[in-house]
Design a protein around this ligand. Structure first.
Ligand code: F6R
Length: 612
């Protein structure tokens, strides 16, 4: 959600910035812009729509300069048009900024600035920041004016400031929205995320809220909002850009679906040890989990797909580890006045580690004395840093907006956690434990087999690609799978409405819509509720709905109930949400491709939702 880039160096600034912005496209955006300083003048180019539009515009109207800022905007205040696109400039055109986040008190600040004669061009909250800096800079040096402005604005921001009078430096700061600094050889960068700078450097600083950076080609300087100098060692990024490229797949989503065996292997690596029958974690995670008391209560908070992973976690933690679990949407948890204390552990699940609601949720929980454990994919992200312990999923960069491998690796991490806690609580007979560990270790191979069925899923998807409404139904561990399957379809196929329900809920309302040909996807793999799901399939068939059934391989009984059948290898129920995710993801993918949808960057969606 919004991508920010800043560059100071010796190279062609605009090309560098545009290339870095292209690596942030996955975050979702609706317009883009760039500003470059040359010979004491800032020149700005902006375009609504895809980044390629801006690239073409810059080719026609070239820019030169070795210092500049760039932005991909995801509209919050004002339409996604060229005027509202960033960068935004002050009244003189000498100051220019890019911003990610929301300024909550922008309306009152704008009013005051208008009364002082400032004229605003856009409908954005962002423009207020640059006018406020301009106003303060009439009476003090620019750096001081920048800091004072940051103290006066309320809300979330990652912001970069370029001044026509400062040809050697850019200022940047963050509060609640991600910003990193890339430290190269004779060049430095600001960016919203690491892939933007990876082609040029692996050395980065992750900024914390309330930090201000002065970026020069010779290197960055980091300070507090009050100007106190801070020391920070750079983090060296281990993964590289090839991990963030399509590698022959038509879309990132398809690539990431196929990466799941590896992603799960990486989540399990060094943690699940089938040879000794053990699950282990690093020292700090172990210490955290070993300190959990028997009376501990767990609240899982997350958004979207990560929330669905949390729902799976609830089933498994309660059934296997015997721990009471609540799962909350982070956006609701923040405002529901949950009762927390030192015997509460809040587990935040997040791919990006930057989701605004999840971040606010853990901060609130911390204040009330709860302990924070996070399951996170992005190392060094805000949520990871603010947690007492982190279990990284190590799924690798996820570029497609629709989450696939992050989801299955989150469920894998929750399974590791569950089995570890359950074993500590002596919940298994040795033979049962051995069998679970063996099946868990085999999961990457099981996923590979499920992926081999992609051609079958593709032909089923072709049959239903013209439908515009779908239900997804499942029970127990596969109730969250139904929610997740429906979410995948509706997020990447904006033409389609899809709804997931607990199959038992059908009779309480949704069934009223079922009529001839209405497609209903059932997750009916072998489990203790298999017969119940069959009864629900019967109910849909009785109303002449069209049943697309995901069933366990070798289940010959189910054929008679399915209008279309997709099979997956049979597994223990606890692992089944991971396995059934594969055909659900593939089905959404192939329906979207058949409908010529923008699979990797669906409209209105952003990869990392850094505003409330
Ligand atoms: C759906 C999707 C979103 C995210 C949600 C949380 O495919 O990607 O629903 O799951 O925005 O994001 P993270 O996991 O980064 O906190």
């Amino acid at each position: 959600m919004c991508g920010i880039v800043g560059y100071v160096g010796k190279n062609h600034g605009v090309d560098t910035i545009l290339e870095a912005l292209s690596r942030l496209e996955y975050r979702g955006y609706d317009s883009a812009g760039v500003a470059v300083l040359h010979d004491g003048q800032i020149q700005v180019r902006k375009k609504a729509g895809k980044l390629q539009g801006l690239v073409d515009h810059v080719h026609k109207h070239p820019l030169i300069g070795t210092i500049g800022i760039g932005h991909t905007r995801w509209a919050t205040h004002g339409l996604p048009n060229e005027t509202n696109a960033h960068p935004h400039s002050d009244s003189t055109g000498k100051l220019t900024i890019v911003h990610n986040g929301i300024i909550e008190n922008y309306a009152e600040l704008k009013e005051k600035l208008i009364s002082k004669g400032h004229e605003f061009k856009s409908q954005t909250d962002t423009e207020v920041i640059v006018h406020l800096i301009e106003e303060h800079a009439k009476r003090m040096p620019l750096e001081q004016a920048f800091r004072l402005t940051l103290k006066e604005i309320r809300g979330s921001y990652a912001v970069c400031l370029l001044s026509a009078d400062e040809p050697d430096r850019i200022f940047g700061a963050r509060n609640g929205s991600p910003l990193i600094v890339g430290i190269g050889k004779g060049e430095s960068f600001f960016a919203s995320d690491v892939p933007a700078v990876l082609g040029r450097t692996r050395r980065v600083w992750y900024l914390n809220d309330g930090e201000v950076v002065e970026l020069r080609a010779s290197g960055p300087k980091i300070t507090t909002l009050d100007g106190k100098l801070l020391k920070r060692q750079p983090t060296t990024i281990k993964w590289d850009l090839t991990a963030a490229r399509k590698e022959g797949y038509a879309h990132f989503m398809l690539k990431e679906i196929h990466e799941q065996p590896t992603a799960i292997e990486q989540t399990l690596f060094n943690r699940l040890k089938p040879e000794t029958g053990q699950i282990t974690f690093n020292r700090s995670t172990r210490a955290f989990l070993d300190a959990l008391k028997p009376q501990e209560k767990i609240i899982i908070i997350a958004c979207g797909t990560a929330y669905h992973a949390g729902l799976v976690g609830e089933y498994m933690l309660e059934e296997f580890a015997n721990i009471p679990v609540d799962v909350d949407l982070a956006s609701e948890f923040r405002y529901r006045g949950a009762m927390l204390d030192k015997n509460t552990t809040v587990i935040a699940i997040t791919q990006s580690g930057e989701t605004a609601d999840t971040l606010a949720g853990i901060r609130l929980a911390k204040k009330q004395g709860a302990k924070i454990f996070s399951i996170c994919n992005v190392m060094g992200s805000s949520i990871a840093r603010e947690s007492d312990a982190v279990l990284y999923t190590h799924a690798g960069p996820e570029i497609a907006v629709a989450s696939t491998k992050a989801y299955t690796s989150q469920v894998t991490a929750l399974t590791l956690l569950t089995l570890y806690l359950a074993k500590k609580r002596k919940r298994f007979a040795p033979a049962r434990w051995k069998q679970l560990v063996r099946d868990f270790a085999a999961l990457p191979n099981v996923i590979k087999k499920a992926l081999e069925k992609a051609p079958d899923v593709k032909s089923v998807a072709a049959k239903y690609a013209g439908c515009r409404n779908f239900y997804y139904l499942g029970r127990r561990y596969n109730f969250p799978s139904a929610l997740e399957g429906a979410l995948k379809l509706k997020e990447i196929c904006p033409l389609i409405h899809a709804e997931g329900y607990a199959a038992g809920e059908m009779k309480h309302g949704p069934i009223s819509l079922i009529r001839m040909g209405w497609p209903v996807v059932f997750i009916a793999t072998k489990s203790p509720v298999y017969e119940k799901v069959i009864s629900n399939i019967e109910e849909v068939r009785a109303r002449r709905g069209d049943c697309i059934v995901i069933a366990s391989e070798g289940d010959s009984h189910i054929k008679r109930y399915a209008d279309s059948l997709i099979t997956v290898p049979e597994t223990e129920e606890i692992f089944s949400p991971i396995v059934s995710a594969i055909p659900l993801q593939l089905f959404a993918y192939y329906v979207a491709v058949a409908n010529k949808c923008d699979v990797d960057q669906p409209p209105n969606l952003a990869k990392s939702v850094t505003v409330e």
